[in-house]
Design a protein around this ligand. Structure first.
Ligand code: PLP
Length: 444
């Protein structure tokens, strides 16, 4: 019996003992083709020599220096690089240890900005149903999956949630895409008005919804409309790119494809690409300028804020992304994987939708295509697909996202950007086999 409090308290997962390129190896010597990048993390693949060398150099030079006393060269260089490559004037960077911390930090930065701008009454965030922003209490409150929040409800802040941009289920038959988008924006505006516009601090959304909904991209113009509403009512637009950012959707930031500039961006996962636990918040210049001119300090901090080795790893990841043109590769291989998925599953009786951007792709499973009915939640089909895939040496990221207020089944694919055409072909053929097996096991 393991002494670790694992996700499942009844089952200890296989022991991973090594990883290289597209594969992870367990203690029995079995190789797993990593079609999920862990949890959409490993964008460069495993054991990239440039990142390993940068970490080794840094750890020997300076493993730790508390941010209350010192900055460090890798943290400064990483922030400079992120600022240079980010859209617009998103050039103030706060480095943390992961995605949830990034979201929490962004929430606090927004709040302190409001207070120091003489708008202390602004304290409400609005977010979307069916989104995931992390597991710490503030980030969990923002997240839209009711079943995740419910057990912790008394500890959470109150966050009004509006409909996500989820065309497959949200757009009514015969409704145009523009009308659907307009209806979503009207719902958001109504929520702002209901909360009292002077009380609302910000709106938070993932550009492309990741794990909880299976790679759901926005409709054209949705985020432009959101930006306009934020401007109209003085809200900060906080974009969560923990999963969809850092090249995964085929541009360094997924939001660049929407042509809007957010006020705050949360990063994690692909920032360190699995080599170190690292996240970041990017803030527009005027937000930090306000604090600089006001109290002169951001009232925040963690022991591992701006950790030198984490920063060195993340900087090396940026160098590899640029040097090996991997963001372009994510776009190109994403298109190829999408085409392969459509060919394999486009007519599958239990595949309702195939969607996504770049190398963040999702498949929504349904009992039958016409009515889009989800499978019975008790079947936990997504978990069965994961197990069947693991048995075939394939890692996919299954999720019981929320469908019409209850749990549905999605499979997320988020392989490293180095995936070859042969890897993509292998991913799809093993997934076909795993899905057939899981469905047969469920009696379908
Ligand atoms: N935001 C999004 C969109 C995520 O997908 C995740 C993790 O899955 C998080 C935030 C939380 O990140 P972490 O698990 O690193 O705390």
């Amino acid at each position: 019996m393991s002494h670790i409090i694992h996700r499942s308290l009844r089952h200890t997962p296989a022991l991973a003992v090594g990883a290289r390129g597209m594969h992870v190896f367990d203690s029995d010597g079995k190789a797993y083709l990593d079609a999920s990048g862990g949890a959409a993390v490993s964008s460069l693949g495993h054991a990239h020599p440039h990142v390993l060398a940068a970490m080794q150099r840094q750890i020997a030079q300076l493993a730790y220096a508390h941010n209350g006393f010192f900055s460090s060269a890798p943290a400064e260089a990483l922030a400079e690089r992120l600022a240079a490559d980010a859209p617009g004037d998103l050039d103030a960077v706060y480095l943390v240890s992961g995605g949830s911390e990034a979201v929490e930090t962004a929430m606090k930065l927004a709040r302190q900005y409001a207070v120091e701008s003489g708008q202390g009454e602004r304290g409400v965030f609005i977010a979307r149903r069916q989104s995931y922003h992390g597991n710490t209490l503030g980030a969990l409150a923002l997240g839209g999956n009711a079943w995740r929040r419910q057990p912790f409800a008394p500890l959470l802040i109150d966050v009004p949630h509006v409909a996500p941009c989820y065309e497959y289920r949200g757009r009514a038959p015969g409704q145009s895409q523009d009308d659907y988008t307009a209806a979503l924006l009207a719902e958001l505006e109504a929520a702002i008005v209901a909360a009292g516009p002077h009380r609302v601090l910000g709106f938070c959304a993932e550009t492309v919804v990741g794990a909880t909904a299976g790679a759901v991209p926005p409709t054209p113009g949705y985020f432009k409309g959101v930006r306009a509403l934020c401007d109209k009512y003085g809200l900060l637009l906080m974009i969560d790119e923990v999963m969809c950012g850092m090249g995964r959707c085929g541009s360094l930031y997924a939001i660049e494809q929407e042509g809007v500039l957010p006020d705050l961006v949360a990063l994690g996962k692909g920032l360190g690409a699995g080599y170190q636990p690292v996240g970041a918040v990017l803030a527009r210049r005027h937000i930090v300028a306000r604090l600089r001119e006001g109290s002169g300090a951001f009232q925040h901090g963690h022991t591992y804020t701006a950790h030198p080795v984490a920063a060195a790893a993340a900087l090396a990841v940026q160098e590899v992304l640029a040097g090996e043109r991997l963001v372009e590769a994510a776009a190109q291989r994403g298109a190829s994987l999408m085409a392969r998925l459509r060919a394999a599953f486009g007519a599958h009786p239990h595949v309702g939708d195939i969607r996504g951007r770049g190398l963040l792709l999702g498949i929504e499973l349904v009992r039958e295509r016409d009515g889009k009915q989800p499978f019975e939640p008790e079947l936990k089909l997504h978990a069965a697909v994961k197990e069947c895939a693991l048995a075939r040496g394939l890692m996919v990221y299954p999720m019981g996202g929320t469908v019409d207020g209850r749990r549905g089944d999605h499979i997320l694919l988020a392989p490293p950007f180095i995936a070859s055409e042969a890897d993509l072909s292998e991913i799809v053929s093993r997934l076909e086999d795993a899905l057939a097996n899981a469905l047969a096991g469920a009696g379908y």
